[in-house]
Design a protein around this ligand. Structure first.
Ligand SMILES: [Zn+2]
Length: 435
């Protein structure tokens, strides 16, 4: 199969190139990228034939395939929530051509057998690249380190007990040191469980009003501080997962100014929603860390703009409907995010918080660098790994149309601006124009 993409506006942080170009992909490999000056009128036509696919992409953008460094694929063990097949289909539908899957599967990805299983299954049934993240501790129990070197060797690109914090500081110290030795970062779920108690939403006036037990911001910030301090003292790197509070942003900012090797991510829901979304006991807005206040939301947006937060990740956490259709206190945490993350993030561009280039960096180059994924971007000889996007196309989120098995989203019915029309991943091309 030969793919020709004409007149697309490329923004590629990997090659540092930007402009209108024609792209030629031959049997899954980019054979030519030809930049030009001419701007042709907006049009989109597609003429598929047996062996040639031609896309006139005038008026569209081409970006490298997006990388989600924080996804839950649920396989092995929770295939009723999501499988590697459905999760990676949801990924490409949302513009992600690489996903990094967290270790809280069943069995936990704390030994190479599980890593090999995930990689084999992804190769067989996956629509995009899957990079497993190994557990920091055996069984995510926080007690005994997993075989990190073996996990790295097997193909894990990072280590995380995501969902569960590593409460013991000595174990965290050792994990940081080992992760440095094996060349894959720790992704830290920052939460002090003793402060969270059995909280289910942000602690504040609203939790009091709703009669729900709150999780204070301090629960996150205490652990962000600890991890930054450990990273500073023992000269290691640490990546802070799903930052949700203004205080965490301030701690990370100060650490970066001091030269500590800390990077951070947030998720679309933390810069889009506030705790108000759980009013009415909406379990689809129940996440961990919880949605916070307007002040926090503003701080997260500013941190993205200032470069204090390096990455936008989805924390795609699909659940079965029966796990959300229960009283708020009992509902599981998480949002099915792969299919809406990019369009929601584009709002930052439409609202002039970020320029398009910076947004794409946070969704491609920065996660690739942090995880050492060695992505090449849109250049000759590289694998065809890109998306075609109409950043102005209006569409409505319909959870029933998600290909993810997880329909748990607080964004159902939202009108969004900007849509991925095609995802090219090697020899595969996904056409989402009619979806
Ligand atoms: Zn997560």
């Amino acid at each position: 199969m030969f793919i020709k993409i004409y007149n697309a506006y490329i923004i590629d942080p990997f090659t540092n190139k930007e402009g209108i170009a024609d792209i030629f992909i031959d049997d899954g490999i980019i054979s030519k990228v030809k930049f030009k000056r001419k701007i042709t009128p907006i049009a989109l036509s597609l003429q598929p034939s047996v062996s040639i696919l031609e896309i006139d992409a005038s008026g569209l953008y081409v970006f490298p395939g997006l990388i989600d460094m924080h996804t839950h694929l649920r396989e092995p063990g929770y295939e009723y929530k999501e499988t590697i097949r459905t999760g990676t289909l949801a990924a490409v539908r949302g513009g992600f051509t690489s996903v990094c899957c967290m270790a809280n599967t069943n069995p936990v990805n704390d030994n190479p057998e599980v890593t090999y299983y995930i990689l084999a299954k992804a190769k067989e049934e996956g629509s995009c690249d899957v990079y497993p993240i190994g557990a920091i501790t055996k069984g995510l129990k926080g007690e005994e380190l997993s075989e990190m070197a073996m996990l790295r060797e097997a193909g894990c690109v990072a280590f995380s007990d995501d969902g569960m914090p590593v409460m013991n500081s000595l174990i965290m110290r050792r994990a940081l040191e080992y992760s440095k030795a094996v060349g894959a970062p720790i992704i830290s779920h920052c939460e002090d469980l003793s402060l969270s108690e059995d909280g289910v939403m942000n602690e504040g006036k609203l939790s009091f009003y709703l009669g729900l037990k709150g999780i204070p911001k301090a629960s996150e910030e205490v652990m962000v501080s600890r991890d930054v301090i450990l990273s500073k003292h023992f000269k290691t790197s640490v990546h802070i997962a799903h930052v949700s509070t203004k205080g965490s942003v301030e701690i990370i900012k100060k650490a970066k100014e001091e030269g500590v090797s800390v990077t951070a991510e947030t998720c679309p829901h933390y810069f889009t929603l506030t705790e108000e979304a759980v009013s009415g006991y909406n379990t689809n807005a129940k996440v961990n860390p919880p949605l916070r206040s307007e002040e926090d939301r503003e701080a997260i947006k500013n941190a993205l703009s200032d470069g204090i937060i390096d990455v936008i990740a989805t924390d795609h956490a699909p659940h079965h409907i029966d796990e959300k259709k229960v009283p708020f206190q009992e509902a599981l945490n998480g949002i099915s995010g792969l299919e809406t993350a990019f369009a929601i993030s584009l709002k930052l561009v439409h609202d002039k918080i970020l320029n398009l280039r910076k947004l794409i960096e946070k969704l491609t180059l920065n996660p690739s660098k942090i995880l050492n994924l060695k992505k090449e971007g849109i250049k000759e000889g590289a694998q065809g790994d890109l998306i075609l996007v109409d950043i102005n196309k209006n569409w409505t989120v319909k959870k029933d149309k998600f290909v993810s098995l997880g329909k748990n989203t607080p964004f159902d019915g939202w009108k969004l601006k900007g849509k991925v029309l095609f995802t090219v991943k090697g020899k595969k091309i996904f056409d989402m124009r009619d979806q």
